[in-house]
Unconditional design. Structure first.
Length: 113
């Protein structure tokens, strides 16, 4: 009587399972792990959850402030610039108002003649 799980048959099953597992490991390495290593080798960021390779963006390129300047320092500089621009606008408004007042006086002087 032949047994279903004889030694030659068990060894073939073992080799088959071993081969499938080995192939699975190579596929896992090639599809899951290697893209991340290649991405990080280029200096990019790799998200393992979504398997996305992204290029990091330098923060001063986004914010427009110089490198090495903190948010508070940049905010203070922008506020000083804004105050200066408001002062210039107020000076221009005063100059326009003065010119209008002078033209009114000239008009009244002409009408009075």
């Amino acid at each position: 009587m032949k047994r279903f799980l004889s030694f030659p048959r068990l060894s073939m099953i073992f080799l088959g399972v071993f081969g499938v597992m080995l192939a699975g490991i190579f596929v896992l390495q090639a599809v899951w792990v290697s893209p991340g290593e290649r991405c990080e080798a280029r200096g990019d960021w790799y998200d393992i959850e979504t398997r996305t390779c992204a290029t990091p963006i330098y923060l001063p390129d986004i914010t427009g402030r110089p490198a090495g300047v903190s948010r508070a320092e940049a905010s203070d500089a922008k506020n000083r610039e804004l105050i200066q621009l408001e002062a210039q606008a107020a000076e221009q408004r005063r100059a326009v108002d003065a010119a209008v007042a002078q033209q009114r006086q000239e008009l009244k002087a002409r009408e009075g003649l």
